[in-house]
Structure formats: structure tokens, C-alpha cells
Design a protein around this ligand. Structure first.
Ligand code: RNT
Ligand code: ZN
Length: 429
């Protein structure tokens, strides 16, 4: 079958979905799994969608500061990137209409809307996010926030909160405090706002002073976090390396883990920020006894790039499985973080978000207690057999039911809707 015919293939009827689901749920019930409950929990888990996929992390600042920088880079020039806040909002509404389940929306400080006026990063306030807040509230989406410590002349040397110059450090400290105020205003609307601090700070080659920047970063973060802010969940995001800062990252995993534990704040694990054989899934039960909140930045690392579109792959399945099995769900906050400028950006959002939601559902359908018993009792073969069984169960039928109950099309029919939006809206940009 040709591509066009496949995309336009006749979708299953409601009756077909319902009857496939009925027999699937019986299969799951036979092994002690309640598919109905799995669907409900998977759909109710909020996933915070990153705004920056819409415009390749360009932002809305006036005048436009340098593109991304800071060791991150969106590659590709697929037409149709959003150019204004209104376009980002319209694009997200369209994407969200084919993403099942509860969503939030994550903004970066460089998405401030200042009406064309130049507002320095250390002077941004909740008023510059009023349109975002009203819009999100209208749709029932809570907002999360990120200070932006890149794409700025004072970050050109890839040093911000750890800079040796006090004036530069102080500028970024003021920016981070201003960002927490914005996060507090967002939390007021929806009860909670995760404020994630990621900084690009690092050194390209053969670093000599590894301690100095870290000592400065500790002091800077202490100043940023000095004031208690109701509803704000503060988290810090580590990274292995970035483009141009290959040798040394000030905010490494060990550094932030120690910082978060000692200060009683949360931590962010980005699935693209670790050595390729390390697993974020494994870190969940290792860290939740010591850190109250973990923000998960779900992404997909490919060689040097940490930000390919999230897929339903081993890493995502492991993170979701561990979230369920470890009983740490309440401590976790789910978010996406990728930017692909080489494909339809709405489709990137949809594929990434649907993949995370699938991971959650897949994890909630696992008869993991039986597998754990096999592990305890030394029955390794049974454990493997049960894990293999997962791929033989009718997961797809339960997923299609989850899409149906949340009123969104299955695959590949959602792609038709996105392609139509591309033809009528994105192609006009
Ligand atoms: C960068 C971090 C960070 C950014 C966003 C734009 O490597 O992952 O989270 O992707 O803040
Ligand atoms: Zn990230």
C-alpha cells in the first residue's frame, strides 16, 4: 500500500474498537490486570508539553537574541515554524486535539510577551505571561516554567550562574528570582508550577578549575532559592555535556543530586543527558527516597544530540515501568523536552506525547507483581517469560480504546488532521 493510501486508510469503527477492547480487557483480567483502571490512571497523569518544539527554541523576545546557543541546537529548516505567541498557541491547540490524556504546558522565560518592548531578562515578570496564563486556564492546562540562561549576550561564553564575574552571576541570579516569581503567579492559577533551572555552564577543553565554578554555582543557587514560594516546585537539571562544552559541565548529575538533597529541592532527569547505557528508569527508585520531586524530561538521545523526538522505546518503557513498580508516581512530574526542526513540528509534539502516554499505559498494564514474585523466588525463567508475554498481549486494542475514550483518533488517522492543518495554516507562514 502506498503512503497516501496508508495514511488515509479507513479508521476502525467505534464498534470495532469496542469489541477489540472487550476481548483485550478479558485477556488482561485473566492475568489480574484491570485494563479500565489502567486507562483511567494513564490518561489522568498530566504530561507537561514543552512550548519550544513549536519554534525551534527561538522565543519571542524583542529584539531577537541570538538563536539557541548554550550547547543546544535545533537542526533542520522544515517550513511552518511558529513566529508569534498566537501561532504557538494555535499550533498547540491543534496538536493537543489529537493527544490523549491530561496535559500541562511548559514555558521558557524567552517566551515573554512584551508587546514589542525590550525587557531585560532580569526584569521579566508575571505581566509578560498574562496572555499565556489566561489561555492555559481557559483550556484547563496548568503551566510550568523555565528560566532561560542561554541565547543571550551574557551567556555567550557558556557561563552564567557560575561565572567568575560577579556582575554576570548577579544578572542571572536576578533572572532566576524573577522566573520564580512568574512560576509563583502560574502556581496561583493551577495549584502548582514546576520551575526547572537548566544552565549551559561548562568548558570546552581540558578544564583546570573544576571546583571554582561549582562553588560559585552553589552560592548563586542558594540566593535564587532563598525565598520560599508557595506552589513552586523548584528543580535543577543536570547534563553530561553540550556542544562546545564537551569537557566539563558545572551542573553535572552528582553536583545537582548533592545540591537537591542538601537543600530539599527537586531534581530534573532528562533522558538525553546521561551516558548512553545509563538508565533514567533505574534512577527513580535510587533517588526518590532522598529527593521529594523528580521532573522527567522525556527526550531521545541520538549520538551527540539529546533532543530527538521521544518514541515508545526501551528507555521510555523502562522509565514508565519503574514509575509504576516503584510506587513513586506521586513524586514524579512528567514532561517532554525535544526539538526537531526537520519535520512537521506539530507532528513531532504529537508523536512524542503519544509515545509517553503509551509508555504509561503499557506500564500500568503490566502484571509486575507476579514477575517480582518470580524474581524473589529465584524463578528467572518465569520472570523472563512474563516480560516477553507483555509484547504478545493485545496492548494496541487497549491503547485504541484509551484514544477513543479521550475523543482523539488512533494512528495514523491523527496524522491526516495534522497534515490538513499544515496545508491550510502552516504552509501560509
Ligand atoms: C538542555 C536541557 C534543557 C533544554 C530546555 C530548552 O540540554 O535539556 O531542558 O532543552 O530548557
Ligand atoms: Zn531537558
Amino acid at each position: 500500500m502506498k503512503l497516501d493510501e496508508t495514511i488515509n486508510a479507513k479508521p476502525p469503527t467505534d464498534r470495532q474498537i469496542a469489541s477489540a477492547y472487550k476481548s483485550a480487557s478479558e485477556r488482561f483480567a485473566a492475568i489480574g490486570v484491570d485494563a479500565e483502571a489502567a486507562i483511567a490512571t494513564a490518561l489522568a497523569t498530566p504530561i507537561s508539553v514543552h512550548c519550544w518544539q513549536a519554534d525551534d527554541v527561538a522565543g519571542l523576545e524583542a529584539p531577537d537574541e541570538s538563536a539557541s546557543s548554550g550547547g543546544i541546537q535545533a537542526t533542520g529548516n522544515y517550513p511552518g515554524a511558529a513566529r508569534t505567541g498566537d501561532e504557538i498557541r494555535a499550533d498547540f491547540e491543534q496538536a493537543a486535539s489529537v493527544i490523549p490524556g491530561s496535559l500541562r504546558f511548559a514555558l521558557h522565560a524567552l517566551y515573554a510577551e512584551t508587546g514589542g518592548e525590550e525587557v531585560a531578562r532580569d526584569e521579566v515578570g508575571p505581566e509578560h505571561f498574562a496572555t499565556w496564563m489566561d489561555w492555559a486556564e481557559d483550556h484547563g492546562w496548568g503551566l510550568d516554567f523555565n528560566p532561560t540562561l542561554f541565547a543571550h549576550p551574557l551567556a555567550d561564553d557558556n557561563l552564567t550562574l557560575s561565572h567568575h564575574k560577579k556582575s554576570v552571576r548577579d544578572f542571572w541570579i536576578r533572572h532566576c528570582i524573577a522566573s520564580r516569581e512568574i512560576a509563583r503567579a502560574m502556581a496561583k492559577r493551577s495549584g502548582e508550577c514546576v520551575n526547572n533551572i537548566w544552565i549551559p555552564d561548562g568548558v570546552k577543553d581540558s578544564t583546570v578549575d573544576r571546583g571554582g565554578p561549582r562553588r560559585r554555582l552553589i552560592k548563586a543557587l542558594d540566593e535564587v532559592l532563598a525565598k520560599k514560594m508557595t506552589g513552586v516546585v523548584d528543580v535543577v537539571e543536570s547534563k553530561l555535556f553540550g556542544l562546545g562544552v564537551e569537557d566539563y559541565t558545572v551542573g553535572s548529575h552528582e553536583f545537582y543530586l548533592g545540591y537537591a538533597i542538601s537543600r530539599g529541592i527537586g531534581i530534573c532527569f532528562d533522558t538525553g543527558h546521561f551516558h548512553p547505557t545509563e538508565s533514567v528508569g533505574d534512577k527513580i527508585s535510587a533517588v526518590t527516597p532522598f529527593v521529594s520531586k523528580i521532573l522527567l524530561h522525556l527526550s531521545r538521545g541520538v549520538r551527540w544530540d539529546s533532543d530527538h523526538v521521544t518514541r515508545f522505546n526501551d528507555e521510555i518503557r523502562m522509565v514508565c515501568d519503574e514509575a509504576v513498580r516503584s510506587g513513586a508516581m506521586k513524586q514524579l512530574r512528567w514532561a517532554t523536552d525535544f526539538f526537531d526542526a526537520s519535520i512537521n513540528r506539530l507532528a513531532a509534539w504529537v508523536i512524542g506525547l503519544r509515545s509517553v502516554r503509551k509508555g504509561l499505559l503499557y506500564a500500568m498494564l503490566e502484571p509486575w507483581q507476579a514477575a517480582a514474585e518470580a524474581e524473589r523466588t529465584g524463578d528467572g525463567a518465569a520472570k523472563l517469560a512474563l516480560q516477553e508475554m507483555r509484547s504478545e498481549l493485545p496492548f494496541g486494542a487497549v491503547w485504541e480504546q484509551a484514544c477513543a475514550v479521550s475523543g482523539v483518533p488512533g494512528s495514523p488517522n491523527w496524522l491526516r488532521e495534522i497534515k490538513q492543518y499544515e496545508a491550510t495554516v502552516l504552509s501560509q507562514r
